[in-house]
Design a protein around this ligand. Structure first.
Ligand SMILES: Nc1ncnc2c1ncn2[C@@H]1O[C@H](COP(=O)(O)OP(=O)(O)OP(=O)(O)O)[C@@H](O)[C@H]1O
Ligand SMILES: [Zn+2]
Length: 843
């Protein structure tokens, strides 16, 4: 094998294919499928990934450029992941490089760096013993200083060189041209490995013991260090800073011991552990309930056979799904295979992590966005280097580089956050199923409210995505009832003169919890709300000058911000349109609810959890711990409070407005409302004390609210599927959202119409175009073009088309092909086309 096919990191469409490179003999041992390499590309050196190896004919090989270097000892990608990347690029109409990069931690997004070393000319002049000619090394000669500096380092980055010699750029260029210095390029990672000075014994243990006697009183401190190291022999090498802090000695003392040859100080590589110093309460497997036992047996049988299968575990809140996950993982690990647990980002609570770390200890790697770049890199390396058996993480953990993955669990599988909204726009559920198929692994999709796509696929064995086996757990593990849910019609409250955001029912329920010392969770469904600024006199609404959406008021900084482009401006005191002072902030923010609570219940202790109070690292955990330790009566928050919490003293859950999201232009609005209400209701009464739920609504007659209050998933599914079928929405077809954007509106309009016409024309030729009414047939339909719900973003106008399709046709390929043809046909590079396959948001 002397040719490597490489996908290069150059973000244009024309490079979205493998390029051939020669593998130099010196690198033959190191290059595998999945290796990350530096390769020449035009005048530059870029990063790339080896996707296959071939032997070439002599003629073609001689013209190829060689690979410059291999960037890692272990290839960061496995052949399996490379193949998965290939699949993703077709499934999501994305570039292969972006699929591969999505699999790796940010730390490995290497960028080219200019390196300077000694050139041939310099070596012939100076190398025959320049110590013989000290006079030539005059320090005031800039060229000579630079040469010396480069010689001392062997190779230096241009960055370091210009930092040391600020005026050097011109001189270096001149020297490179004369061949005195040579320039090359290499790839430098964003983040290096963390190294630490560590102390170890340099002589044998018994020799060290004997030498203790030889220390005079003057070196008593050194003796102390040495005898300490002898005692701690089992944990050597030990970080130097620990020795210094434990013994309160200076670095000089330790250095003196090193000079005498007793010990050695060297650099060791350490993992940055985000959970360092934390004790997790060890847990052991619980005896399973009868319901759990049936489900466990069914899944674990397949795990033991190492076969591929997808299970949809529909278990009500508190049914003990997590215990099933834990025991299945245990079986998987006992077989020498590894497991991935996916949880939605906001459900990645410390409580969740604790349950896995408590069972599997340090064999658990945790990956989520709150970790620093370095921490994430090190958790990833723990997996790659075989030091972890279980990975718990948000959506991208589906790419955890395990060598022999046996089980992928996706908790709360219905969550929209499993879909990535930037390129590559993948859904972790589909990627998980595909990855498990490749490697003969089991997938468990767990939820109290499965997505309609998964549930429908399980029941009808439809071929839209995959065909999971449905397993159900209808009762709670601890035997207690699901909480009673009361729905309050807020229109009646208003009619009867209650203008507060709390209904009388919720108010009374809160009072009784405060009296009994029990706890309450309050949910403010913020989807669909915004705290925008409006003038009560003229109706002016403050909007973003770039994006055509209203600005959001942030009270902390007293300014207005655009959530799409980041534009910020001071909050106005007077209306810029009419000059009126009656310009106010609208919408119900968590802060306003908190203020209201304070007024209604003096002395009430509230913990507010939302994006504002959880920006700092660890703040989420701190707030939850305070609540668990009963330092507050009420936990008030957005969606964050709805998931995964399991606190024994929570007996009341209140939902301030259940239906705020029902009117969004989103065909999943009812499903999301139902899911959120069911999830949050499930936080109440999970242990001994019975729970109560109060849901406030302006449309209590809506079926999503009625069925959520009855904990009636099946009826909800029945009603919702009826709508989906009538209106041709998933799961009865699939969608592709195509968004075209350009700075010039008239041109964009023309291009968007072209796009739609071309799709329709081609579909007609292929005999795909037609009605989606006939359920069984291949069909494709196109809606639009229409202005996007966000018609302008960052100064660009946006139009969208929605492709609806069904059957065994390559609609994704068509959407992509037509987009590329359109891009090629316009010379103007200002056109951008984004393709979102199976979109979660139609915005
Ligand atoms: N077999 C068992 N024996 C005793 N207690 C159990 C058992 N299984 C689960 N539990 C307990 O029941 C409670 C609910 O379980 P768990 O949190 O796993 O439910 P869940 O299905 O994941 O719920 P949710 O979907 O609401 O997050 C927990 O306190 C858990 O410790
Ligand atoms: Zn904006």
């Amino acid at each position: 094998m002397d040719i490597a096919k490489v996908i290069v990191d150059v973000p244009v469409r024309s490079t979205d294919r493998p390029f051939d490179y020669l593998i130099p003999d010196s690198l033959k041992l190191w290059i595998e499928v999945g290796s990350r390499v530096a390769v020449p590309f035009g005048p530059r050196t870029v990063q790339g990934f080896v996707v296959s190896l071939e032997s070439g004919e002599t003629g073609s090989v001689s013209r190829m450029k060689p690979i410059v270097e291999v960037l890692d000892l272990l290839p960061p990608l496995s052949p399996e992941l490379v193949e998965l990347g290939d699949w993703m690029s077709q499934r999501y109409a994305c570039r292969r490089i972006s699929a591969l990069q999505a699999m790796l931690p940010t730390a490995l997004k290497g960028k080219a760096e200019r390196l300077i070393s000694l050139g041939d000319a310099e070596e012939t002049v100076n190398s025959p013993g320049d110590e013989l000619f000290p006079l030539f090394l005059e320090a005031d000669n800039e060229e000579q200083q630079i040469t010396d500096f480069v010689r001392r380092h062997g190779e230096v980055s241009m960055k370091l060189l210009t930092r040391t010699f600020p005026e050097a750029a011109e001189t270096v260029k001149f020297m490179v041209r004369r061949g005195v210095l040579a320039e090359s390029q290499s790839i430098k990672d964003k983040m290096g490995k963390k190294k630490l000075k560590a102390v170890d014994l340099a002589i044998g243990l018994s020799a060290a013991r004997e030498s203790l006697a030889g220390f005079p009183a003057r070196s008593a401190r050194q003796k102390e260090v040495l005898s300490f190291l002898i005692d701690m022999e089992a944990t050597l090498p030990m970080p130097l800073k620990n020795v210094l802090s434990v013994l309160q000695v200076t670095a000089g003392t330790v250095k003196a011991l090193e000079d005498k040859g007793y010990i050695e100080i060297s650099e060791i590589e350490v993992y940055r552990d985000p959970y360092q110093g934390r004790d997790f309460k060890p847990s052991t497997p619980l005896p399973l309930t009868a319901e759990q036992e049936v489900v466990y047996k069914r899944i674990v049988g397949t795990v033991e056979q190492q076969m591929h299968e997808v299970f949809l575990l529909h278990g009500v809140t508190g049914s003990g799904k997590t215990e099933i996950y834990l025991q299945c993982i245990q079986r998987c690990v006992e077989q020498g295979r590894q497991a991935v647990v996916l949880v939605p980002e906001i459900a990645l609570t410390p409580q969740m992590v604790e349950r896995f770390k408590g069972r599997f200890g340090s064999g658990v790697a945790v990956m989520h966005s709150r970790l620093s770049v370095g921490e994430r890199y090190d958790e990833w390396r723990k997996i790659r280097e075989g030091k972890a058996m279980v990975a718990v993480g948000a959506r991208s953990a589906v790419f955890a580089p395990f060598a022999n993955l046996g089980l992928i669990i996706m908790d709360e599988e219905h969550e929209g956050s499993y879909k990535q909204e930037e390129n590559p726009k993948y859904h972790a559920r589909d990627v998980a199923v595909r990855r498990a198929e490749q490697g003969g692994a089991v997938v468990i999709l767990g939820s109290a409210t499965p997505s309609l796509e998964s549930y429908h696929a399980a029941r009808s064995q439809s071929d839209i995505h995959f065909s999971p086996i449905l397993l159900e757990m209808p009762s709670r593990a601890l035997g207690n009832e699901l909480p009673k849910v009361a729905v309050v019609d807020m229109r009646d409250e208003l009619k009867e003169g209650n203008r507060s955001m709390f209904s009388r029912r919720l108010h009374a329920a809160l009072v009784s919890r405060l009296e009994r010392g029990e706890q309450t969770v309050l949910l403010l469904n913020r989807r669909g709300f915004s705290t925008f600024v409006m003038c009560r006199s003229c109706g002016y609404v403050a909007g973003c000058p770039e994006c055509d959406i209203s600005l959001t008021y942030h009270s902390r900084s007293d300014n207005l911000r655009c959530h799409y482009c980041g534009h910020a401006e001071p909050a106005p005191k007077l209306c810029p349109e009419c000059g009126s002072e009656h310009i106010r902030f609208f919408g119900t923010g968590t802060q306003r609810v908190e203020e209201e609570l304070g007024k209604l219940f003096p002395g009430i202790r509230v913990i507010r959890m939302d994006v504002d109070t959880t920006t700092e690292k660890g703040s989420h955990e701190k707030l939850l711990n305070q609540f668990r330790d009963k330092k507050a009566d009420v936990l008030l928050g957005t969606q964050m409070v709805a998931k995964g919490l399991d606190f024994p003293d929570v007996t009341l859950v209140g939902v301030i407005t259940a239906d705020s999201a029902l009117n969004l232009p989103d065909f999943r609005a009812a499903e999301k409302t139902f899911q959120l209400l069911t999830q949050v209701a499930g936080r109440a009464g999970r242990h001994q004390l019975p729970g109560e739920v109060v849901v406030q609504s302006y449309t209590p007659e809506h079926y999503s609210i009625i069925h959520a209050s009855g904990h009636d998933y099946r009826s909800f599914v029945r009603d919702e599927l009826k709508h989906r079928k009538e209106l041709h929405y998933p799961p009865y077809c699939r969608l592709i959202l195509v968004t075209l954007s350009h700075e010039q509106l008239p041109l964009l309009l023309k291009l968007a119409e072209n796009y739609a016409l071309n799709i329709q024309g081609k579909a007609r030729q292929l005999r795909w175009y037609g009605s989606l009414d006939k359920l069984s047939s291949d069909a494709l339909d196109l809606l639009g073009p229409v202005a996007s719900p966000l018609p302008r973003l960052k100064g660009r106008y946006r139009f969208q088309c929605i492709i609806k399709w069904r059957g065994a046709i390559d609609a994704i390929g068509l959407a992509r092909q037509v987009a590329e043809e359109l891009e090629d046909s316009v010379r103007d590079k200002g056109l951008q086309i984004s393709i979102d396959v199976d979109p979660q948001m139609l915005m």
